[in-house]
Design a protein. Structure first.
Length: 398
């Protein structure tokens, strides 16, 4: 129990010096106990990060308190002997226990800023909250880009050689590669082409769900992530766009919450313009994001080289995946440092965190690509265009 200077059990407002003295909470060196605003601000940054981050909750994730590596178990399959004759020895199948090793990135990612009046961070909540929001948003956006890039990596990887899990196949990428997808989310394309692309996305979701069933993979936790423009086109399917569309009445929107049309979506009076809004189609949640790997990250890095795919070269338009395809590794906590620069008359503050990412199951992800053609090995072609090499993490013996 906290005691006041007089030894009583109750603390008064004047017993905590930083409540009445701004300097008590801001003076001192980097590691001074008087930097009392740092833990408060770091908590606000973490809250903002959790609020804005999207992809981390859509994949496997593990948090470690220390160290650099986490192990994800991989178990082989149980063998069957349909008719076991007397005296016949059973081999035991391939139920070998192994693990995937996922490591943290070598360097942390950091959000930083410089201000000339640190007292505002303590005395003005609106000022501190806005800086915390921006720091959390910056870190969350970067992490979303990293994870979405790694989901694309998973969709371009081949199966691991010698994988103890038998009976696995990757989706036929050629079925998800079509020039018609180049109009998906493209504001410069006309409405009929965008509508065709949106309909093909729904067909791709159906094909992906069939693939999951064929390999006995989980069919829950399946997501399709598109751009906001593509999301709007999908939501608007069935809505009249020209006079000719009204010839036989207004029709029934696919995602207008109309019971006769399957009850998909919500009434058109609901905007669904928030980044957190979603649609549901045959058990797959359709989401929107501004952080899909649709641009060339080799020109503007988002992390280590393995994250920096050329999504524009591979014409990535959307991602369909089950959450077990990728793992996200987090080092517990957020590190916040600040230092006063007397020469510049400013206070420099940094918020940093360690993250890591790895591919677990490439058979659970596909890329929707707008390429005009696809070779017999479409995943290999996408890897070449995205500027990546196959680096599916190796399986380590138990």
């Amino acid at each position: 129990m906290a005691l006041n200077p007089a030894g009583n059990n109750n603390l008064g407002a004047t017993d905590m010096v930083y409540r009445t003295s701004t300097s008590a909470a801001t003076t001192g060196g980097i590691y001074s106990e008087n930097k009392l605003w740092l833990p408060i601000w770091s908590g606000e940054v973490i809250h903002a990060y959790d609020h804005y981050n999207m992809f981390e909750n859509m994949v496997m994730q593990k948090t470690i308190a220390s160290g650099t590596t986490a192990e994800f178990p991989v178990t082989g399959t149980v063998a069957l002997k349909a008719a076991w004759n007397a005296g016949e020895e059973l081999s035991g199948g391939s139920a070998t226990s192994t693990t995937f090793s996922i490591k943290l990135d070598k360097r942390p990612m950091a959000a930083h800023f410089e201000i000339d009046n640190v007292d505002q961070l303590l005395t003005q909540w609106e000022f501190r909250a806005e800086l915390a929001r921006q720091a959390g948003l910056t870190l969350a956006n970067t992490r979303d880009k990293q994870i979405s890039a790694y989901i694309a990596r998973a969709a371009m990887e081949d199966l691991l050689a010698g994988d103890p899990r038998t009976g696995l196949t990757v989706p036929t990428q050629a079925a998800f590669t079509d020039a018609a997808f180049d109009h998906l989310g493209n504001s410069g394309s006309n409405a009929p082409d965008r509508t065709t692309a949106a309909l093909k996305v729904l067909k791709a979701i159906e094909d992906f769900m069939v693939h999951l069933q064929e390999i006995n993979a989980p069919t829950e936790g399946v997501y399709c992530v598109v751009t906001p423009r593509a999301f709007q086109d999908i939501r608007s399917l069935g809505i009249a766009r020209a006079n000719a569309d009204l010839a036989n009445g207004a029709g029934r929107p696919f995602f207008g919450g109309v019971a006769e049309a399957g009850g998909l979506g919500a009434p058109l009076g609901m905007g669904m313009h928030s980044q957190t809004d979603s649609l549901e189609y045959q058990g797959c949640m359709i989401l929107k994001s501004n952080h899909l790997p649709v641009v060339d990250y080799t020109a503007s890095a988002i992390g280590e080289a393995r994250y920096n795919l050329n999504g524009a070269g591979a014409k990535v338009k959307a991602l369909i995946f089950q959450k077990d395809c990728v793992a996200s590794l987090n080092l517990q906590g957020l590190k916040v440092d600040t230092v006063d620069d007397v020469r510049r008359n400013t206070t420099f503050t940094v918020a940093s965190m360690f993250k890591g990412t790895g591919v677990l199951r490439p058979e659970l992800a596909v890329v929707i690509s707008g390429l005009a053609t696809a070779s017999g090995d479409a995943r290999s072609e996408l890897r070449d265009l995205a500027g990546m090499t196959a680096e599916y993490v190796a399986v380590a013996p138990a």
